[in-house]
Design a protein around this ligand. Structure first.
Ligand code: NAD
Length: 410
């Protein structure tokens, strides 16, 4: 089964729960538009390579399409389609006026120079330029892309259309980005953790946290969790992880990475594989890297009490079932990692009005939206005896259904 079919299983549950008619299911399940482009690029060694690029627009009933751009070898049309649909349900769940889209370039950014990435990004942007727009479809960073990628996209789009800062979010602050966007996804995850520990009367110092992935999302989760007093016992990146029973000093880890370009060998830690990290005994497991890492082969070995899906689709539906049967609390991606798109919404709004919000406003508004979405989900979990994932999808899908009916498509 591909990732798109996997995600659609959650949609199917919500559609059944809401007793939606077949035609409506069909409208909501399939993407409205899919663009695939060839991206020819002159490489540093003067050879020419052609990369596959995608922009998939899933649904724009509640507002312009919105979603990140992923640079990864696995970013094919099925993966991008799945991620685009998750954006539709996510923006509806947190109730911001966007639809869902996703972009991707099938490449390995870790093996490309900055000049090559710049050329790929410009070609990609020109290839999708007619498809996106400030009131139509607004890209943002995702796995393998960052604020620099967004600066190149904004520049390439601007060469054709004139100065348009609102065409992408997640830009550098110097080019109209919002303060707090870099940490937003990780911060949003920790807003939920805050809510959970308050509800369950837990203390951070007694909680062991494991974070897989140490890029934008994972590193901010770890930084904020460390500042809140949690014990971060393991972290990892694509090359593997490090573990310390006593807890890792995250500011020192960050310093070590900047000096050594690797997390391996951090003093006082043991090396651990990306498989082992998911099976560590801990209170909180926060997958923050790639899809499908918890699957049928390892779900039974997961020992965490709670999992917060900071990454998109880190758990397959089969594994989700196993974890539910084990009684684990799993907060789903469309809730957990919504902080990124929420602050992207703040950035887009600021760009439209040419105003800048201070950091305190961004952080407090983000926390309010995250906690309010959590409460909506929790109320449905309690009243209808659903899992958090089922409840989150039911809320997201129901909001898009209402908007669809109001628009009069059917
Ligand atoms: P990133 O590129 O900044 O970082 C990815 C991290 O994962 C890196 O540390 C990388 O080394 C690691 N990694 C890559 N492949 C791995 C593998 N096979 N095993 C273990 N680790 C691996 O990406 P990011 O922006 O932090 O995104 C991470 C996840 O969060 C993705 O699923 C993305 O869709 C999701 N997400 C990101 C944002 C955002 O604002 N950036 C928002 C919502 C969701």
């Amino acid at each position: 089964m591909n990732t798109s079919d996997s995600v659609n299983q959650y949609f199917d549950f919500a559609a059944e729960h809401l007793d939606l008619e077949d035609g409506l299911r069909d409208i909501l399940k399939r993407p409205w538009r899919e663009l695939q482009i060839a991206i020819p690029v002159r490489m540093d060694d003067h050879s020419v390579k052609v990369f596959n690029g995608y922009r998939i627009q899933h649904n724009a009933t509640r507002g312009p399409y919105k979603g990140g751009v992923r640079y990864h070898p696995d970013a094919d049309q099925y993966e991008v389609r799945a991620l685009a649909s998750l954006m539709t349900w996510k923006t509806a769940l947190v109730n911001i006026p966007f639809g869902g889209a996703k972009g991707g370039v099938q490449c390995d950014p870790t093996s490309l120079s900055s000049d090559e990435l710049n050329r790929i990004t410009r070609r990609y942007t020109l290839g999708i330029e007619h498809f996106i727009g400030v009131n139509r479809d607004i890209p943002a960073p995702d796995l393998g892309t960052n604020s620099q990628t967004m600066a190149w996209m904004m520049d390439a789009y601007g060469q054709v259309n004139g100065y348009t800062p609102g065409i992408v979010t997640g830009k550098p602050v110097e080019l109209g980005g919002s303060v707090g966007r870099d940490s937003a996804t990780g911060r949003g995850v920790m807003n939920l953790v805050e809510q959970l520990i308050e509800e369950k009367n837990l203390s951070p110092s007694n909680m062991r946290v494991v974070v897989q992935g140490f890029g934008n999302v994972g590193s901010w989760v770890a930084r904020i969790a460390y500042d809140m007093g949690f014990k971060i016992i393991a972290i990892s990146d694509v090359s593997g992880g490090i573990y310390s029973k006593l807890g890792l000093n995250i500011p020192n880890v960050l310093k070590y990475i900047s000096e050594n370009k690797s997390i391996k060998g951090f003093p006082g830690s043991e090396n651990i594989s990306n498989q082992e990290i998911l099976e560590l005994d801990c209170e909180l497991l926060i997958p923050s890297a790639i899809n499908n890492v918890i699957n049928e082969s390892n779900a039974n070995n997961v020992k965490a009490n709670m999992i917060l899906e900071a990454a998109n689709h880190p758990i397959t539906p089969e594994a989700d079932q196993i974890l539910n049967n084990k009684g684990l609390l799993v907060l789903p991606d469309i809730l957990c990692n919504a902080g990124g798109v929420i602050v992207s919404y703040f950035e887009w709004t600021q760009n439209l009005y040419q105003r800048h919000w201070p950091e305190e406003t961004v952080f407090s508004e983000l926390s309010e939206v995250m906690k309010s979405a959590y409460k909506d989900v929790k109320n449905l979990v309690d009243s209808e005896n659903l899992t958090f994932r089922q409840a989150a999808f039911v809320i997201g899908v129901e909001r898009v259904v209402k908007a669809t009916k109001l628009r009069g498509y059917v």
